[in-house]
Write a protein that binds this ligand. Structure first.
Ligand SMILES: C[S@@+](CC[C@H](N)C(=O)[O-])C[C@H]1O[C@@H](n2cnc3c(N)ncnc32)[C@H](O)[C@@H]1O
Length: 250
């Protein structure tokens, strides 16, 4: 714990330790320690958030896995930056076995960090140091889950994620306080089957789950029917999971 005390990255660390197995925590700890080291030369996370690395980044990412029920064979994280949520997802899925996590990050220095983190934490990760637009069509078939955090406002994000969503992937997109406005904007150009759930780590945050997306603003009753807009967390705090097994691997 020496390194943790020195770097001041404690808030949220104990919560993560309680939430995952010892093996997964060991992987998360390895990622966090490497990030703190590399952050001295590359901005992997906003500097002001480093003291809250565990709560703001690790914990915020960790919750996403619980929104997906089955073990996804392929999870693709777009614009992974310093590895959130992609590296954290990979740390959880590593223990379950059988999953492959792909991280797409065009900044080559960040991509180098992602590769090194995957190596030291022994993660089932492939890093693509290219633009999303270059690799999306190739990666989309057989992808069960596509995620992206802080990549772009929803209308632009849907364009980037479209090859995955149109191939049947579930979109898992953490959003901030403007989530509902972004949805309103996006639905001018898209018909979406979605859930909006409260974030467990950010009182103003939301987790947007997209289970279907097609171009065109056609209004549909089903949007607010079963599985439609859900603004509040469940009383148990444990949201119902989305079945990631409905898409098939190639
Ligand atoms: C604001 S950062 C967010 C990083 C991380 N997801 C997080 O939440 O901490 C957005 C990242 O997406 C990357 N990015 C933006 N557009 C991209 C594109 N078209 N293809 C690949 N990476 C992209 C940037 O290089 C940057 O690292």
């Amino acid at each position: 714990m020496k390194g943790q005390r020195e770097t001041g990255t404690e808030p949220g660390r104990a919560d993560a330790e309680r939430a995952v197995s010892r093996e997964t925590f060991r992987r998360l700890d390895a990622i966090a320690q490497l990030l703190v080291k590399w952050q001295k030369t590359i901005n992997l996370v906003a500097p002001a958030t480093l003291p809250e690395l565990w709560r703001r980044h690790v914990g915020d990412s960790l919750q996403l896995v619980h929104h997906v029920s089955k073990n996804p064979l392929r999870w693709v994280d777009l614009g992974s930056g310093g590895g959130f949520p992609g590296l954290v997802v990979a740390a959880v899925l590593a223990e379950r076995g059988g999953s492959a996590v792909h991280l797409v990050e065009s900044d080559t220095r960040k991509a180098a960090f992602l590769r090194e983190a995957a190596r030291v934490a022994d993660l089932p990760v492939t890093v693509h140091a290219v633009r999303i637009e270059q690799v999306a069509q190739q990666l989309a078939p057989g992808t069960h889950v596509v995620s992206a955090r802080a990549l772009a406002p929803l209308p632009k994000l849907l364009e980037l994620a479209a090859p995955f969503l149109e191939a049947g992937a579930i979109g898992v997109f953490p959003k901030g306080r403007d989530a509902e406005q972004e949805l309103t904007d996006a639905r001018k150009g898209w018909t979406l089957d979605f859930n909006l759930r409260a974030s467990a780590s950010d009182p103003h945050g939301k987790i947007l789950l997209v289970r279907g997306a097609r171009r065109g603003s056609e209004a549909s009753e089903s949007l607010f029917g079963a599985g439609g807009l859900q603004k509040e967390p469940r009383a148990s705090g444990e949201p119902p999971a989305v079945d990631a097994s409905r898409t098939k691997a190639p």
